[in-house]
Ligand binder design. Sequence first.
Ligand code: 1PX
Length: 214
Amino acid sequence: MAAAAATFSLREVLVAFAACVSEQRAVRVDPYLAGWKGLVRFLNCLGTIFSFISKDAVTKIEIIENYRNSDQREKYLTVQSMVEYELANGLVDLQKRSKHPDSGCRTFLRLHRALHWLQMFLEGLRTGEDNSKTSVICSETYNASLANYHPWIIRKAAGVAFCALPTRNTFLETMNVGTAEEAVAMLGEALPYICEVYKITEELYAQHKLLDLT
Ligand code: 1PX
């Protein structure tokens, strides 16, 4: 675990999300996926009890990566171009999942919803008391966000996994950005980037009525 943890630093996640928004306020897909990959690496350091979560995240990252490696890769450069391309070509199941079960729009929406949880969780960590419980911050923010989209069995499994989370200070130190205070400062730096990416995507999906894709 120590060796794996040493390869993770929250800094790489910060750098990735900071690189997401272009001058035209488009959300670049490659750094977005790089940010998630960094988060998944971190999650894997926390123990095998989280594997079912990281596996699902990896599956979704790979679906979008495959689009980025396909002949249509240019269409998937930004979330804006992906939405435009998939909608214009009838590649999104708008009513129910059928012909295009793994569209980029649908898959990205899953990560986008998880980003909302992440934003709230990191803010909870940043502003929490020294001795506060990561498991409580995690379950409260999960229940207020992602849980609304998950069936009972997933919510139950997630709740059990959260109990395995270390205390806030140990958690902050695992981020490999120095002391707990330094990690808190890094969170303060990272959050505005994550919030901006979330906000732009949310507006785009709302504008195209894509927020409920099943
Ligand atoms: C510095 C702090 C970093 C913390 C890192 C945490 C990384 C967490 C990665 C979570 C990625 C979750 C993606 C979930 C996508 C999703 O909602 N999938 C569901 C729906 O997909 P479908 O294709 O069926 O429509 C899917 O059913 C999910 C299955 C797996 C369980 C997801 C539980 C998510 C819990 C999120 C909290 C993670 C706790 C991490 C502890 C730090």
